[in-house]
Design a protein around this ligand. Structure first.
Ligand code: GPK
Length: 829
């Protein structure tokens, strides 16, 4: 049922009025961007009532709150999603229609809120959606970057980054909350004062620089339940008056420095995915938002509670990867220095309040800050970490007497570095991985010593995604069909109902309808590709899609080498039967990741050659979609036939794109890695295309120095040819050096890296065979339809609603809240 309180007439009036008061225009005169703003303000007006009602309910019920601490929230667009969750999308669409406004076009005016890199940031966004939809009290805590993830342009086949000035037209949904500003201090020195009367020691930070953290709140609308939670992202502002009034009066230099600090700290998101760069400014960003968020949470708690010892009953800080793990020490600092607690009581509270999620085993992603940098920037926090480490090392020695190897492996401070993951594990009560296989690898390999010492902290929470954005909003045709077939729309909040579609796998008519919707979605994507890439693709061909960050371990290189192989096959055997295929890529490479950028160039070069070769009759097309992001992802998932999830086994912690493809009816072509394992378990191996080394095999090779790719290169002529084509000019207008580095990476050990570190040649044959199986399966139209439909039918487990409920049951123990809407004559919903 749609929102009973929606009144079309009032809504239309409000939009008109907004256009008038914001721009002194009529609806007819307004630009699409202005209409987007006017519509969004009208929607916000409606959200505000529920936002107030929710916060009042929280005041009344005093539920436990989770603070989801994350450097990244990859939110995408808000307007359409808010309308969906308010159950007002269709009504608003109609109302706007009547005014001559196309809601879809208006939605396209909204810039993505791209405050994240990839999976980790998008997971945070899905989690907020599920928390609100399930009725749990939660804050997302992060940074209001002035520039989010860069925009990607492809010029001459190369990635070019341009700034993402997402706030330039203003963000209609945010609220600035100046009154909740917090001061955050950096640097200086610590003076130790001993108070003879109380016998207490005080630690006073002096000569520091500070910035003011100003929160901006964004509403997180729950689905159809009037719950509106808050994403609180912090902006920075200089504290000039403060310094000029104090002992530093007239210190002009310092004032300028503080201005600069404030400006730079929130300037831009670091575009690294699964990679630690060790930049000082990044550590400043981390401490900045963590300190402000924890100060705010403690202040909020103290408003209505007198005993801080009971903080863990009302608050959990969930640390999204190691990025915010300085939270452990910051909470200790507040309890020790500002609340005057003893060490043991502060530690007791902290270790019951903080929890940590690990998202990767890639060693280059591990944050290990140099001690000199860390202690200079955060002198008091560093002292506290020293004490945490000192006490922890005593414990290790108690447990493993004489085993100094354990100390070396487990200490927080070691080799002049602060190991943030160790701090999080020691200072928190929960450590979780993000898929079953990933958690097992953590327990048995990467974090084995910690697991042995504190097994009860370890648990798995397999990732999930929100069906509200990735089916109901992104694929309305399929969403309506599912509703019709199930006879209910309850799947929107209970995805396990999808299994009710399973019998339709035997229903020829339903299968045809399902594939017809897929076809329409492929037409929609083909139109997008033509408009944005100037390439025309045939919606009757197999849409084989790999969209995700560009990373060597994700093996886009394997995919494109296979395309080169297919092209050779078609050229050599023009008579061979070949089902037309369109290989679609989308990926951003971190700006400094040279090899990743080479792979993007290679994909575009192959596209150039293949797409322009008339002799192959359009049997093969390659498309690189520029600027892959949340908003175009919604269109891409809906249109995919094949989901490429081909990471080197053991390297992809979970993956979440894999789940979005499954939801939209695309079988997985993948390795037994991350959540693929659980996808196959749900859908059945006969409805997926699995290939390649297992994680055990990969880990085994790695522990024994790798394998020898040259042998494969020498013995398999197809592989030999494709690898040689990297340096024979086929894809580089005769330039033999353009892809020499990629060639070398496959065949030669260099600079400490093994040859073919990611087992591309080792898995190539198995991959090509799996691709062959895909082609054969696709030719059987009805057989394929079955597989596709069963993927949609079996995706129930992979809703983030399930993931969040598991976090609540095992880690957070939150209370469910019910919000009664405010019925107000002046509001239109
Ligand atoms: C993991 F460590 C990181 C990182 O820095 N960025 C990132 O996006 C991803 N991740 C994993 O690579 C995915 O396998 C996983 O599904 C996702 O985090 C969410 O857990």
């Amino acid at each position: 049922m749609y929102n009973p309180r929606f009144d079309k007439k009032t809504f239309k009036k409000e939009v008109k009025n907004n256009v008038k008061s914001l721009y002194r225009k009529t609806v007819e005169e307004a630009t699409p961007q202005q209409l987007f703003q006017a519509v969004s303000f009208a929607v916000k007006e409606a959200i505000i009532d529920d936002w107030i009602a929710t916060q009042n309910q929280y005041k009344k019920d005093d539920p436990k709150i989770v603070y989801y601490m994350s450097m990244e929230f990859l939110m995408g667009r808000a307007l359409g999603n808010n309308l969906i969750n308010m159950t007002a999308y269709k009504e608003v669409q109609e109302a706007l229609d009547e005014m001559g406004i196309d809601l879809n076009a208006i939605e396209d005016e909204e810039p993505d809120a791209a405050l994240g890199n990839g999976g980790l940031g998008r997971l945070a966004a899905c989690f907020l959606d599920s928390l609100a939809s399930l009725g749990y009290a939660a804050y997302g805590c992060g940074i209001r970057y002035k520039y989010g993830m860069f925009k990607q342009k492809i010029e001459d086949g190369y990635q070019v980054e341009t700034p993402d000035n997402w706030l330039k037209d203003g963000n209609p949904f945010e609220l600035r909350r100046e009154e909740y500003a917090k001061e955050v201090r950096f640097g200086g020195n610590i003076r130790v004062e001993y108070d003879v009367t109380t016998g207490k020691t005080h630690f006073v930070q002096e000569n520091y620089e500070s910035v003011m953290a100003i929160p901006y709140d964004m509403p997180i609308v729950g689905y159809g339940n009037h719950v509106v939670n808050t994403l609180r992202i912090w902006d920075a502002k200089a504290i000039v008056d403060f310094q000029l009034e104090s002992f530093d009066r007239g210190d002009y230099h310092k004032a300028v420095e503080q201005e600069n600090l404030a400006k730079t700290i929130v300037e831009v998101l670091y575009p690294n995915d699964n990679h630690y760069a060790g930049k000082e400014l990044r550590l400043k960003q981390q401490y900045f938002f963590v300190s402000a968020s924890i100060q705010a949470a403690v202040a909020k708690y103290k408003k209505t509670h007198s005993d801080l010892h009971k903080l863990p009953e009302k608050v959990t800080f969930q640390m999204n990867d190691t990025h915010p793990t300085v939270a452990v020490a910051e909470l200790m600092r507040i309890l020790l220095d500002e609340e005057n607690m003893e060490w043991d009581e502060a530690w007791e509270i902290t270790t019951k309040t903080c929890a940590y999620t690990n998202h990767t085993i890639m060693s280059e992603a591990l944050e290990k800050w140099p001690i000199d940098l860390f202690s200079r920037l955060l002198p008091r926090v560093y002292q506290i970490i020293q004490e945490i480490d000192r006490r922890f090392v005593i414990k290790i020695r108690e447990m493993y007497p004489g085993n100094e190897e354990k100390v070396r492996k487990m200490a927080i401070l070691y080799n002049n570095q602060v190991r943030m993951a160790h701090l999080a594990i020691v200072g928190g009560f929960s450590v979780n991985g993000v898929a079953r296989l990933h958690t097992e690898i953590l327990k048995q390999q990467e974090l084995r010593d910690f697991y042995e010492m504190m097994p009860s902290k370890f648990n798995n929470k397999t990732n999930g995604i929100t069906q509200r954005r990735f089916l109901k909003h992104g694929n309305p045709l399929l969403a309506d069909w599912v509703t019709e077939k199930l006879g209910t729309e309850d799947w929107v909040t209970n995805l396990s109902l999808m299994e009710g579609l399973k019998p339709l796998a035997e229903d020829t008519k339903a299968l045809a309808e399902f594939m017809d919707i897929k076809y329409k979605n492929k037409e929609r994507l083909a139109k997008y590709i033509l408009e944005h890439n100037g390439v025309s693709v045939d919606p009757r061909s197999i849409f084989d899609v790999q969209v995700k960050r560009l990373h060597e371990y994700k093996r886009q290189l394997l995919n494109i080498l296979h395309v080169m192989y297919l092209y050779n096959q078609i050229k050599e055997h023009p008579e061979m039967s070949f089902y037309p295929r369109t290989f679609i890529f989308g990926a951003k490479a971190s700006a400094g990741y040279i090899r990743a950028k080479e792979i993007i160039k290679l994909i575009n070069s192959v596209a150039d050659v293949v797409n322009n070769d008339r002799s192959i009759n359009g049997k093969l097309k390659v498309v690189f979609i520029e600027d892959y992001r949340v908003s175009n992802a919604e269109i891409i998932f809906a249109a995919a036939d094949v989901s490429e999830q081909i990471s080197t086994a053991s390297k992809e912690a979970s993956g979440t794109g894999n789940m979005k493809f499954m939801l939209n009816g695309a079988p997985t072509l993948g390795t037994m890695d991350g959540a693929n394992v659980e996808i196959v378990e749900e859908v059945g191996i006969e409805n997926a295309f699995i290939f390649g080394l297992s994680s055990d095999e990969v880990i085994n090779y790695e522990n024994n120095g790798g394998y020898n790719p040259v042998e494969i290169y020498n013995n398999d002529p197809d592989i030999h040819r494709v690898v040689d084509q990297l340096i024979d000019g086929t894809y580089s207008n005769g330039d033999t050096e353009m892809y020499r580095d990629l060639y070398n990476s496959l065949l030669k050990a260099q600079g400490g890296a093994r040859a073919d570190m990611y087992f591309i040649l080792k898995d190539f044959r198995a991959y090509a065979d799996a691709q062959k199986r895909v082609e054969e399966a696709y030719k059987d139209t009805e057989g394929w339809a079955k597989k596709a439909l069963l993927n949609t039918a079996c995706c129930g487990k992979f809703t983030s609603d399930r993931t969040i409920q598991e976090y609540v049951d095992d880690i957070w123990h939150l209370d469910k809240v019910k919000v009664e809407p405010i019925i107000d004559q002046t509001s239109q919903y």
